[in-house]
Design a protein around this ligand. Structure first.
Ligand SMILES: Cc1ncc(COP(=O)(O)O)c(C=O)c1O
Length: 365
């Protein structure tokens, strides 16, 4: 049997007729940018998350970058960010000329709330929290810290659509929540896409302009903006998927529950769940100090896995000028040396799930 980390046509096939109908409607409408579908998706997604406003943009990275820009974060400012994240979170900071200040993760792979206070300086303007792999970070404590220190809080929810902490949706704890609709995401589109959610009308209005050349009214450019619009086709397809997101997340949770109950191998560390946090399993990440051998064993048995992520941002080539080296964030580096994501996707069959479990249990280096 051959299994990929994610087989994306399966989730299309689950609701194929609905997607095709929505796509045809857009094709026949003659209106492809910033129209009814984007406005309807923004309203539906804001309602789903429990925020007042949503603005669709072109990607998760743009959602993060434009959020920091709307918060007026710029050169000379520091932004606290998890050392253990996908590099896009950090790229949004440096794209605005600001300096990332990395903080180590906790045992759930997310920003360690007990280490944030020590990283705050007189230059700190914001904290970015990432709900990595689909599990809510310790976001109540972090948002309290942000409020007490008069800092903006931006949530990177690229991997946490529908995940909650103490019953409240990720994306609603800070000033802005940023989402990606990259095809592999829990709410993935059929191309690039992203969105911000916020309760702040001014921030929503500013990002609404920034995404469209800085204009609200055509050819009246109030801000030097960019072109970062969610298009009508993506919005129409995302509306279909959003209507099924809870059951798609439930399906992921069932796969994860089965993995957690039935993978029994002392060489593997399985994901742990924080009290109060809900995990929507964007990825099911295991850890082992024999990663190379384990990965190769799975591959020989037809199971493809991916490392999220092999090079932590502080060691990325593009950030060599920041002067970090190996050993500066030991926990982050240990995780990046040991983590491995197992196949996890909507439409995965029982046979495939059982096969992955069986091969993991057979591994005996
Ligand atoms: C944590 C995180 N932040 C940001 C992004 C960027 O999203 P996009 O690929 O839509 O730009 C991603 C997605 O890859 C991500 O996983």
């Amino acid at each position: 049997m051959k299994i990929d980390l994610a087989i994306l046509n399966r989730q299309f096939e689950l609701y194929q007729a609905e997607y095709e109908k929505a796509a045809l409607k857009v094709l026949r409408s003659g209106w492809y940018i910033l129209g009814h579908e984007v406005a309807a998706f923004e309203k539906e997604f804001a309602d789903y998350v429990g925020a007042k406003f949503c603005v669709g943009v072109n990607s998760g990275l743009d959602a993060l970058t434009l959020s920091l820009r709307a918060l007026k974060i710029c050169a000379g400012d520091e932004v606290i960010v998890p050392a253990n994240t996908y590099i896009a979170t950090v790229l949004a900071i440096t794209a605005n000329g600001a300096t990332p200040v990395f903080v180590e993760p906790d045992e759930f792979y997310n920003l360690d709330s007990s280490k944030v206070a020590k990283a705050i300086t007189s230059r700190t303007k914001a904290i970015m929290v990432v709900h990595l792999y689909g599990q809510a970070a310790d976001v109540e404590k972090i948002s309290k810290l942000a409020r007490e220190n008069n800092l903006a809080l931006v949530e990177d929810c690229a991997q946490s659509h529908g995940a909650k902490f103490n019953g409240k949706m990720t994306g609603t704890f800070g000033n802005i929540g940023c989402f990606s609709f990259y095809p592999t995401k829990n709410l993935g589109g059929f191309g690039d896409g992203g969105a911000i959610v916020t309760d702040d009308e001014n921030l929503a209005a500013t990002i609404g302009k920034l995404r469209n050349y800085g204009s609200k009214v055509k050819y009246h450019n109030e801000l030097a903006g960019v072109n970062s619009r969610l298009d009508e086709m993506q919005a129409a397809l995302l509306r279909v998927k959003l209507s099924h997101l809870d059951s798609l997340n439930d399906e992921r949770k069932k796969i994860a529950d089965k993995y957690s109950a039935e993978i029994k191998n002392s060489r593997l560390i399985l994901p742990k769940i924080r009290d109060g946090a809900e995990h929507v399993y964007h990825q099911f990440v295991v850890r082992t100090n024999q990663r190379e051998a384990f990965k190769n064993f799975l591959e020989r048995n037809g199971i493809k896995t991916v490392i999220h992520y092999p090079i932590p941002p502080h060691l990325a080539e593009c950030y060599s000028h920041l002067g970090y080296g190996r050993g500066d964030f030991p926990l982050t580096e240990k995780y990046s040396d040991e983590v491995l994501s197992l196949p996890m996707f909507n439409g995965m069959t029982d046979e495939e799930i059982n096969f992955v479990i069986g091969v993991c249990n057979e591994y005996d280096a």
